[in-house]
Ligand binder design. Structure first.
Ligand SMILES: Nc1nc2c(ncn2[C@@H]2O[C@H](COP(=O)(O)OP(=O)(O)OP(=O)(O)O)[C@@H](O)[C@H]2O)c(=O)[nH]1
Length: 441
């Protein structure tokens, strides 16, 4: 069946009135219509008209960054979205609010969620003008076809935000956008900037505990969301005590040590920390424990730091664990061994056979890596970044102008003295650590 069979066909643009514009905003009262300049209005009308057919002068060679916003049910995803859309950031943003819940469908690229009996799945596509002068194209549809069709309007917006449902697993969605070269149409024009997970400071810990207690062969959604994220926002920080915040942060960090955690109230955050961060291109912020500790506690930090590093002795998150291994500058042989090791673990879910088999070590448990990141150098002085989502991974050489940047210039840039590899997933025990470390001997 063709992807563009009539049932799957994404909707055409509908003309919108000012009332329609305001009613589609997350909170229409917060966007004063009078704030729009006449020139902005005519620009909007011009854009609206041009939407039904691609603008000929639209730049075709620039990739549009996309940020996925996932997070627990009611954690504050829409609040964050609203905040981004009403900030003066200069981006013209396309927003996709969708029902990307059935991840298997996404992987199969056969999504058609607009089922006749789902009243929320009505196909609408609207073009909005916001008070800050940015344009917002909102697609309340959920198929890949809708995104591809959106990309035909490339040039009308320069950033895409995709808000998933509270139950969505961001991994397959991120994977789809990350390695989209195989798709012939619009998706190839998108570059994945990063995945933000909004965690509810009030219920997040309970949610993770519940997911932790589920069947050990499964991984709960909240843990998948945290493990698949590049940035975590611990939202509703106003509603809980500092010690509760700290405890939730510790759990999040134990699941995903590679993601910076920022405390927020109603999604209030410097947008430079979450948008345009190029998580899949630049070295991950694999800070030392001390630096990570400082970053997590940079603001609203009013608790006793001596209390901080107490282990979580009442429970451990069993569903997902992480493994961090440092590595020296790699020779070509070590580089090849690392590549082979990663392939075995990500593709075959097992450790490669050791060069000298040990009689003391038993069968390795099944390994399931949800996410891996790393940054390291070669003995020839080249810098590399490792990125992986599920079974897909990429080791890319860092451009010299990026590698040479001062660490302070960009939160994500700056190579550690020693390389570091982080794996997040299941079955990452000491045997896996030893096996990975043996690559660097
Ligand atoms: N006190 C407080 N309330 C917040 C904060 N952030 C969001 N809320 C409120 O929490 C409720 C849920 O926020 P939403 O932004 O709708 O959450 P969501 O993640 O989009 O919800 P779903 O789409 O249903 O999963 C709303 O009533 C918000 O006003 C915060 O930082 N502090």
């Amino acid at each position: 069946m063709s992807f563009y069979d009539s049932d799957d066909e994404p909707p055409n643009l509908i003309e919108v009135t000012d009332d329609a514009i305001l009613s589609t905003l997350p909170d229409s009262t917060s966007v004063p219509n009078t704030a729009r300049a006449a020139s902005d209005i005519s620009a909007t009308q011009q854009q609206s008209k041009s939407l039904s057919q691609p603008k000929e002068q639209a730049p075709k060679n620039v990739r549009v960054p996309l940020t996925i916003i996932c997070g627990f049910l009611g954690a504050g995803k829409s609040t964050l979205l609203k905040r981004i859309l009403t900030e003066r950031h200069g981006y013209r943003i396309a927003v996709i609010m969708n029902e990307f819940g059935d991840t298997a469908d996404i992987e199969a690229k056969t999504i058609n969620v607009a089922s006749a009996d789902d009243p929320t799945a009505e196909n609408t596509e609207e073009f909005l003008e916001l008070a800050n002068g940015c344009l917002c194209c909102s697609i309340k549809d959920s198929g890949v076809a809708a995104i591809e069709k959106l990309m035909l309007k490339k040039g009308a917006f320069d950033y895409i935000l995709l808000e998933t449902t509270g139950l969505a697993d961001p991994g397959p969605i991120a994977g789809m956008f990350w390695h989209n070269e195989e798709y012939a149409t619009g998706l190839a024009d998108i570059t994945l900037d990063g995945v933000i997970c909004v965690v509810d400071a009030v219920f997040g810990k309970k949610q993770m505990e519940e997911d932790h207690h589920t069947d050990d062969s499964k991984i709960g959604e909240s843990l998948r969301q945290i493990s698949g994220s590049d940035i975590v926002l611990l939202n509703k920080a106003d509603l809980v005590s500092p010690s509760d915040l700290h405890e939730t942060e510790a759990i999040i960090r134990s699941v995903n040590p590679a993601a910076p955690i920022y405390r927020t109230v109603k999604g209030e955050i410097d947008l430079g920390l979450i948008l345009g961060v190029q998580s899949y291109k630049l070295p991950p912020p694999l800070a030392s424990d001390e630096e990570k500790h400082a970053r997590v506690h940079s603001d609203a930090c009013d608790h006793d730091h001596d209390e901080e590093e107490k282990p979580l002795n009442h429970y451990q998150i069993r569903g997902v664990t992480s493994l961090q291994v440092t590595c020296p500058a790699l020779s070509q042989a070590q580089f090849d061994k690392l590549d082979e090791w990663i392939r075995s673990v990500l593709w075959e879910n097992k450790l490669p056979a050791p060069a000298t088999p040990s009689t003391t070590e038993g069968e390795s448990p099944e390994i399931r890596v949800l996410r891996c990141k790393g940054a390291f150098t070669s003995t020839t002085g080249k810098h590399y970044v490792l990125q992986g989502v599920r079974s897909m991974y990429e080791i890319s050489e860092l451009e010299e102008n990026v590698a040479g940047k001062d660490q302070n210039e960009h939160a994500s840039v700056g190579l550690p003295d020693r390389g570091k590899i982080v794996l997040i997933g299941k079955g990452l025990d000491d045997q896996v650590r030893k096996s990975l470390e043996s690559v660097f001997v």
